[in-house]
Design a binder for this molecule. Structure first.
Ligand code: FAD
Length: 227
């Protein structure tokens, strides 16, 4: 999977780089554009140039993030990729005190979590969510359609998501989906038709497929190997 996966299914890597993107793995890997290694950009005079951090087009490479398309259109983006496990275990820790909340955020960002998210629902209603890849899960929750992921952050202490389950707009620690979590029986997700299996990995695939018409992301296997 990309090191930083945009949480909303419609966000492309071109848009995330041109408009800046941050997600629940950013505490470790940075903003979306900080995972980018190479860009093919259609520039104003009609040329398509490849920009890398150390070639003749490095100014374009470093100027492109947050340029909102003003410097050209990214046709291909090569970004860092990471290995993923089939499930993510979420832990929601509830705080009633902002100082403890921020201390906790600092602590988990310095530890071994794969994803970190924080939500402030009110001065005394704060939640720190950590996500960790796991090989197995007793159930998986589905936050597609009207199921609201962020509601589940207030209601639950623990949750499991499949990287291949239906989750629509929700990433492991994202906040885009819509309805309280309802655990489903083990195996239910696997029984669904393949075509309806959305989720983190399928979101990645959608992300990549959208790029076919806008910019094509190439998983950097060299980066994955070098970890
Ligand atoms: C409901 C919602 C939730 C969001 N949540 C998050 C979030 O959690 N984290 C986060 O970081 N962001 C979030 N965003 C913001 C989102 O990441 C940015 O708006 C992003 O730029 C959208 O990407 P897009 O692919 O939809 O691009 P568009 O909205 O289509 O375009 C955004 C800008 O990028 C330019 N652009 C698009 N593609 C290219 C390209 N290939 N080359 C050059 N320029 C291009 C466009 O011209 C435009 O200026 C959210 C946005 C919404 C609407």
């Amino acid at each position: 999977m990309p090191a930083v996966v945009p949480q909303l299914k419609s966000i492309t890597i071109g848009g995330a780089v041109a408009g800046i993107g941050i997600e629940s793995s950013s505490f470790r890997y940075g903003l979306v554009h900080e995972t980018v290694e190479e860009l093919d950009v259609l520039v104003g005079d009609g040329r398509v140039v490849t920009a890398t951090p150390d070639n003749d087009h490095r100014d374009l490479f470093f100027g492109f993030p947050n340029s909102y398309g003003t410097l050209g259109y990214a046709l291909r983006v090569k970004a860092r990729a990471l290995p993923a496990k089939p499930f993510v275990r979420l832990e929601h820790v509830h705080h009633r005190d902002a100082r403890r909340f921020f201390d906790h955020v600092g602590a988990v960002c310095g530890a071994d979590a794969d994803f970190v998210d924080g939500a402030v629902f009110g001065p005394h209603d704060l939640v720190v969510t950590t996500g960790r890849f796991v090989d197995a899960a007793p159930y998986t929750s589905d936050y597609s359609f009207e199921r609201i992921y962020w509601c589940s952050m207030r209601e639950r202490d623990e949750d499991f998501l499949s990287t291949r389950t239906i989750c629509g707009d929700g990433t492991p620690t994202g906040s885009g989906a819509r309805k309280p979590a309802r655990p489903e029986p083990a195996g239910a997700a696997a029984a669904r038709p393949q075509a309806s299996q959305l989720g983190l990995l399928s979101k990645v695939m959608r992300w990549n497929s959208r790029l076919g018409s806008r910019a094509r992301a190439i998983a950097c296997s060299a980066c994955t190997r070098s970890r």
